[in-house]
Design a protein around this ligand. Structure first.
Ligand code: BGC
Length: 509
């Protein structure tokens, strides 16, 4: 346990000329440290009063608030960054990556296809049996495998060898229901690879950079399908990748299979991203694509967006301490990997500068990522008089014992602020895409039903977050127009979507 420090946050009763402002690496907050710490005669520590938890809280809340004017600025900036990304080949803030998917599954797909889904701490392997328009998806089987932490920071060969070995185990368990027809036919894979990839065709693409805590050496700049093929060859696994897709793209494919009004897909999980259906002819950057449909899907990589966001010192310090400083700022503000960590940083700073948890700072509270995003939701839904659930999470995750009821309420307030900001900003991002589509279509898009397919653990498991997204969309668009916008969960759209795209891009049809 560390002792609480004699510091104040934002406000101090001392005149400014007696104070020295620093950024605390541990707490991630600006602190006014007394001259005493610099060996100069200074007031006794007792003369430095801590700021009250309430004034800390209200100051923090005002800094991360998302009233309508802030949302509007974010939606407008998103629209403008989408436009500059699609019209510029390099150097724009949003990559706007062509997916090489120009026709979405029609429903006529038949056969057995595999999907491999790599994007977070788990990867999934699936096999899917498709039986055309009438019967659709007849059967699926899947395995979920946790990726050991060391592989997320290891070498390309280690990671892809691990994936190929687990894929081989899954293929070995192929039962009678999933028999590939005899002949010279390989099992085909739809490979969902949920990181920014510059595709060169539907079945190849170069990794631009890792995100979401992955830092595997030697992959950036390489074709990830070639990496998988080499690992499969080492395992003597005779399969082939027919489609390489981002998780947003497989989600839009899976959702569109059931509903033709789907035009946007958004992932809110460990990381975040969105894709949408774009007109090829309107964009010089896309003219080289040979599409009969004149449409293609653009992977926006909106996690890289950073304009006009209401960021606090806690966000900025978390970014500086991350393995990719300066990158993925929108992702770091709204997605599941980071929300718990932002709250932990706020609470640590409050514990150091106010009476929040008494005089001591528990070790766990100083440990990065000790508070997980699902803990926020669990605390937010605690309806007990004494907030006993909040207390047990504070104890288990952060090592805080016997907090007062007031402190527990403050903790819930901090969770509310960060979750509300995340959900509302995600909603503003969606409106940015809708505004672009609407203007490009001269107002036609928002006159009729349009569906935004959503997936990802944060979206699925956090009902508050979902409500904030919807609130932001309806505040920005107004009640009438927002009635046309359907934001709905695409259940397992990503897995099935990748298998469908393997089918529609099959090498044997
Ligand atoms: C990646 C995207 C991905 C998103 C959601 C982000 O970190 O850059 O490619 O779609 O996470 O998984």
């Amino acid at each position: 346990m560390k002792r609480r420090q004699d510091i104040s946050y934002f406000h101090s009763p001392l005149p400014l000329n007696t104070m020295h402002f620093v950024i605390s690496p541990s707490a991630g907050c600006f602190k006014a440290v007394s001259w005493r710490n610099r060996n100069i005669t200074a007031p006794r520590s007792t003369e430095i009063s801590s700021v009250s938890t309430s004034s800390f809280l209200s100051d923090f809340q005002s800094k991360c608030a998302t009233p309508l004017p802030v949302l509007k600025q974010v939606a407008d900036a998103m629209e403008s960054d989408l436009r500059s990304g699609i019209s510029t080949v390099a150097g724009a803030s949003l990559p706007m990556l062509p997916s090489y998917v120009d026709s979405l599954p029609s429903g006529n797909e038949t056969g057995i296809f595999y999907a491999l889904d790599l994007g977070g701490t788990n990867f999934r392997v699936l096999r899917v049996l498709l039986r055309g328009k009438e019967k659709r998806v007849v059967d699926t089987e899947y395995d979920v495998v946790t990726i050991p932490q060391e592989l997320m920071l290891g070498t390309t060969e280690e990671l892809f060898d691990f994936i190929a070995s687990r894929l081989a185990l899954f293929v070995e368990k192929e039962g009678d229901r999933f028999q590939i027809p005899k002949g010279n036919i390989k099992r085909e894979i739809g490979f969902t690879f949920s990181f920014p990839v510059r595709q060169t065709s539907i079945d190849s693409g170069i990794l631009i950079k890792w995100t979401k805590g992955f830092k595997v050496s030697g992959t950036a700049g390489r074709d990830v399908v070639a990496c998988l093929n080499e690992a499969m060859e080492r395992r003597k696994l005779d399969m082939c990748v027919s489609a390489l897709v981002n998780d947003t793209v497989s989600t839009i494919a899976g959702a569109h299979y059931w509903d033709n009004d789907v035009m946007i897909a958004v992932i809110l999980g460990t990381g975040t991203n969105a894709c949408y259906i774009e007109d090829i002819s309107a964009n010089p950057k896309l003219r080289h694509l040979n599409s009969t449909s004149e449409k293609t899907i653009i992977n926006t990589e909106w996690g890289a967006f950073s304009s006009n966001l209401p960021l606090t010192v806690f966000d900025k310090d978390m970014d500086i301490a991350s393995i990719n400083p300066g990158e993925q700022i929108f992702e770091k503000t709204i997605s599941g990997m980071y929300l718990g960590e932002i709250v932990r940083r706020v609470l640590l700073c409050m514990a150091e500068t106010t009476e929040l948890f008494g005089d001591s700072i528990p070790e766990k509270l100083t440990t990065p990522f000790s508070l997980k995003t699902p803990d926020l939701w669990t605390m937010q839904q605690d309806n007990s008089d004494e907030l006993t659930v909040v207390e047990s999470i504070l104890e288990e995750s952060l090592g805080v014992y016997n907090p007062s009821l007031h402190s527990k309420k403050v903790v819930v307030e901090v969770c509310n602020s960060i979750v509300t900001r995340g959900g509302r900003l995600a909603g503003a991002g969606i409106v940015g895409i809708l505004q672009k589509l609407n203007e490009d279509s001269k107002g036609a898009v928002l006159k009729k039903r349009i569906v935004v397919a959503m997936d990802g653990g944060l979206y699925v498991k956090h009902p508050h977050y979902r409500i904030h997204i919807e609130d932001a969309v309806s505040e920005l668009l107004g009640p009438e127009i927002s009635n046309n916008v359907v934001i709905e969960h695409s259940k397992d759209g990503s897995g099935i979507g990748a298998a469908l795209l393997a089918a529609s891009n099959s090498k044997y049809n």
